[in-house]
Ligand binder design. Structure first.
Ligand code: SF4
Length: 334
C-alpha cells in the first residue's frame, strides 16, 4: 500500500553546489509540500507531474513544521532554494506569515531562490522582498502557440516578460526555465524554439536554465510517450542548443536535467549519456563550450534521426515507431 505522506514533512531536502555572484558555493534545496499549484488544479501543464507531489489540506502549522525541519538540516549554506511544486508567491500555497518567517529565518543567506507563476509577481509584492532573492520563472517557450497548445501553460510569453521586468526593475534576479522539446515538436523544431526563447528571455534573465523534457508520471506527456508519440530529446540536442547560445546571450546558461540518461529523460545511446551530461554540468558552472566536447559515434544516429524526422514530418519516437510497425507487419504476415 502506498505510504501516506505527512503534510508536516518536507517532500525532500538535499545539498548541492550552485553559483553565488559567479562563485561556486554550497546550496541547500528544500521541497515543500503545499496545497499545490493553482494551475495544476485545473489540469496543469502537459509535462508536469507536480499534482502528484501536492496535498490538499496543508495547514499553516504543517508548513511551520516543514520550516522547522529545514532549519534542523540547514548548515549555514550561502544559497537556499525553496521549491513548492507551484508558486512560492501564491498565498494559497505559502501564506504571507510563512513567507515572512522563511525570509526571516534565512535572512543571513547570500542567495535565496524560489519559483512563481507570473500572475503572482506584483510590483508591491516584489518591492517587499530582499534583494538576495532570485525568482525562477517557467517561461518554457517564447512561442505563444507552443505555450498554449503543446504545454497548456495558461499564460503568455509576454506575461513572463512583464514579470521578469518587474523583478529586474526591483533589483532582484531572474532565473528563466525553458522546456526543450515540448510535446508535438520534432527535435529540430524544438532546438530552434529553445534558441529563440533564450534570445527572448535574455532581456529579463540573469540565468537561463534549459530543462529537457522529462516524462513524469500521470501526465499527458506520459500518455504520448507510452503510445510512442514522443521521444524525450537527445542529449546531443541539448549540447547543440547550449553551443549555439553560448556568446549569444548575456545570461548564464545552465542545465541540470531531471531523469537524464534514462528512457523518460534526455538520452543518447546509453553508453555516452553520463559523460555528455557531466560535460553539461561542468559547462553550467564554467560557461566554457570546451566542456561540451564529448565524443560518441551515436552523434551520427542523432543526425540521421533529425533528417528522418524532417522527411517524415513527425515528432513520434521513430525508433519505437519503426519497431512497432515491423512488429505489426510480421504479425500480419504470420
Ligand atoms: S509546470 Fe508549473 S505552472 Fe505548470 S502545472 Fe506544473 S507547477 Fe503549475
Amino acid at each position: 500500500m502506498k505510504e501516506k505522506r505527512s503534510p508536516s514533512q518536507l517532500e525532500a531536502c538535499w545539498k548541492e553546489k550552485d553559483l553565488i555572484s559567479g562563485r561556486v558555493s554550497d546550496a541547500m534545496v528544500m521541497i515543500m509540500r503545499t496545497n499545490g499549484c493553482c494551475w495544476a488544479k485545473t489540469g496543469g501543464c502537459t509535462m508536469c507531474g507536480y499534482r502528484q507531489a501536492s496535498l490538499s489540506r496543508v495547514t499553516e502549522d504543517d508548513l511551520n513544521r516543514q520550516v522547522d525541519e529545514a532549519l534542523s538540516k540547514y548548515n549555514e549554506e550561502g544559497f537556499v532554494k525553496i521549491y513548492t511544486s507551484g508558486s512560492f508567491l501564491d498565498e494559497n500555497e505559502i501564506p504571507l506569515s510563512i513567507r515572512e518567517r522563511i525570509l526571516k529565518e534565512f535572512s543571513g543567506c547570500e542567495r535565496i531562490l524560489f519559483e512563481s507563476r507570473p500572475e503572482f509577481v506584483k510590483e508591491e509584492t516584489i518591492a517587499a522582498l530582499p534583494k538576495t532573492i532570485t525568482i525562477a520563472l517557467g517561461l518554457e517557450s517564447s512561442d505563444p502557440d507552443v505555450l498554449a497548445t503543446s504545454i497548456s501553460k495558461g499564460f503568455t510569453p509576454d506575461d513572463s516578460r512583464n514579470a521578469g521586468m518587474i523583478i529586474k526593475g526591483a533589483g532582484l534576479t531572474v532565473r528563466t526555465y525553458l522546456l526543450l522539446k515540448p510535446p508535438f515538436l520534432t527535435e529540430s523544431v524544438a532546438m530552434e524554439d529553445t534558441i529563440r526563447s533564450a534570445l527572448f528571455a535574455d532581456e529579463f534573465s540573469d540565468e537561463i536554465s534549459i530543462n529537457p523534457l522529462n516524462v513524469q508520471r500521470g501526465t499527458y506527456a506520459e500518455r504520448l510517450w507510452r503510445a510512442g508519440e514522443l521521444r524525450p530529446p537527445w542529449v546531443w540536442s541539448l549540447t547543440e542548443v547550449l553551443r549555439k547560445l553560448s556568446g549569444a546571450v548575456n545570461a548564464r546558461l545552465m542545465s541540470s536535467p531531471s531523469g537524464g540518461g534514462t528512457m523518460r529523460g534526455v538520452h543518447n545511446c546509453g553508453k555516452c549519456d553520463r559523460n555528455v551530461l557531466e560535460g553539461i554540468e561542468k559547462f553550467s558552472f564554467s560557461q566554457d563550450v570546451k566542456d561540451l566536447d564529448v565524443k560518441c559515434d551515436c552523434i551520427k544516429d542523432w543526425q540521421t534521426y533529425l533528417g528522418l524526422e524532417r522527411i517524415l514530418g513527425t515528432a513520434a519516437d521513430l525508433d519505437r515507431r519503426f519497431d512497432n510497425d515491423l512488429a505489426l507487419g510480421s504479425a500480419k504476415d504470420g
